[in-house]
Design a protein around this ligand. Structure first.
Ligand code: FES
Length: 65
């Protein structure tokens, strides 16, 4: 994968997902670029049914970090 001038910002949401904003791309496990919004939330709790994105399962499983 080529590298570009990315300036993505990664922000850890307490007890929740990782917020990503700025200039970024997400590539799935098959190497395909996933179309996303300008701000996305990546699951940190491991419970999302829509990985790598957060689906708010962290609230039900009381993820804490
Ligand atoms: S962090 Fe939200 S579902 Fe995992």
């Amino acid at each position: 994968m080529e590298n570009d001038d990315s300036n993505a910002l990664f922000k850890v949401i307490p007890n929740g997902p990782l917020e990503v904003s700025g200039n970024f791309r997400v590539v799935n496990s098959k190497g395909k670029i996933i179309e996303t919004d300008e701000i996305i939330y990546l699951c940190r709790c491991g419970g999302s049914a829509n990985k790598p994105f957060c689906d708010d399962t962290h609230i039900r499983n009381r993820f804490s970090e």
